[in-house]
Design a protein around this ligand. Sequence first.
Ligand SMILES: [Zn+2]
Length: 452
Amino acid sequence: MIFDANELASAVFFFDDQGRVCKQLHISEFEAVVDGFVALNDLRAQEARCAYAEIDNGLNVRRLVFFRLPINDSGEILKAWGLPLADLAAEGAKSRDLGAGPVLMACYSKCPIPHLRRALWDPELSPNNNMLLALKRAAAENSIGLQFREAEHRPGAEVGADERLRLEQELSTRLRKEYDKDLRDRMAQLLKEQRLRIATMNSEFEKRSLIMRRDFELESEALKQQLHVKEQALAQALNQKQELSEDLASQADKLSAVREYFTRKIDEARGSEEDNIQVLRHSLEAEYRARYEGRNRELQEALQAKELELLYRNEMEDQLQCELARLRQEREQVLTDSGEQILNRILESGLSLVSFQPGLTNMSVPINELADYLDDPEAYAAGQCGVSPELYEAWLEHYRLPVCRNTLDDATLCGENIDRIENPMDFTVGESDCCSKCRAQLKRSQLKLASS
Ligand SMILES: [Zn+2]
């Protein structure tokens, strides 16, 4: 849209929380937003602080209205909102000069229509953040691209000033109408397209839902069939269960009767069986008792026989002992008698019995002691020497081999040659058969034992 050189262009500026200009809209774009064709998605759910500005062809701000704009969650302006922005601007109070004389301004504290003041706000004018200067800069930058025609100078064609003004206004009005019509046509076209799209989507949705419903019905039918089959199977199973239960009950009854019958039978059988067992036990006891007694008797008899036999044997042994003693006596008598006869004859003939025993000079043995001598010559000789047979035996050993018989530490005999003792009466065991060395050692150890 191109404005005439003497016309004022309109725009709306949005401020953020820090008071900076964050958004700029051409008035026609703002009207589209107000009519609900375009949403302010970046400003949804807030009350935006805005400034309506009228700007001349020198890009100077001439009129201002600071107003609040309520925006809902969808980014649309609330339907109830509506302010006569151009009227408020035209009737605004004179304020500071922003480059082309004093600006006409409407805000909360300077509102020409008092009942509308609550819809307005006061701009910050501090040196750090002067919103008027910010608006002046934004207008000068012209980032929304406002366009004005060049002022025509036709000195040749002199037209009256009133006529020229009228023509200009007529032209402006016509152009604005054309622009509005063009905008409305485009919006209508856009709306038509959107409606068509919505209709297409609806029909698509209906088609899909129809297909889905058909699928669902088919599936539902199949499930119903399955359910029916299952129900039939269930009914059949229930019937079978009922039959089986009845069968089971009758079987249980029968079983109970049979059990009762057999219980009775067992009781009867148990009674007669106990009698049989009693009889059997008695007969077995009698049999075992008879067998035991018989065996006992046999054993008693055998024992008596053995005792008799033993007695007889003892008697026999006594007799045999007596016989043996008698026979021994007889033998000795016989020996004595015959020996005496022989010896008497020997003595009569002038011979005598002499024995040679070690330790004794010629030992004559009288006839009556001959038996004793013959029984044990060494014991006899010991008696003749006047020593005990044990001492005589020890001496005899020494006499035959005169060596030291002391046992050394390593359990061997000393074996040292010593002097022979000729007479058994002079012999002392452990002393006479020891060498002088062993004797001294023995004496030492005895002394040691005594002292300890
Ligand atoms: Zn020795």
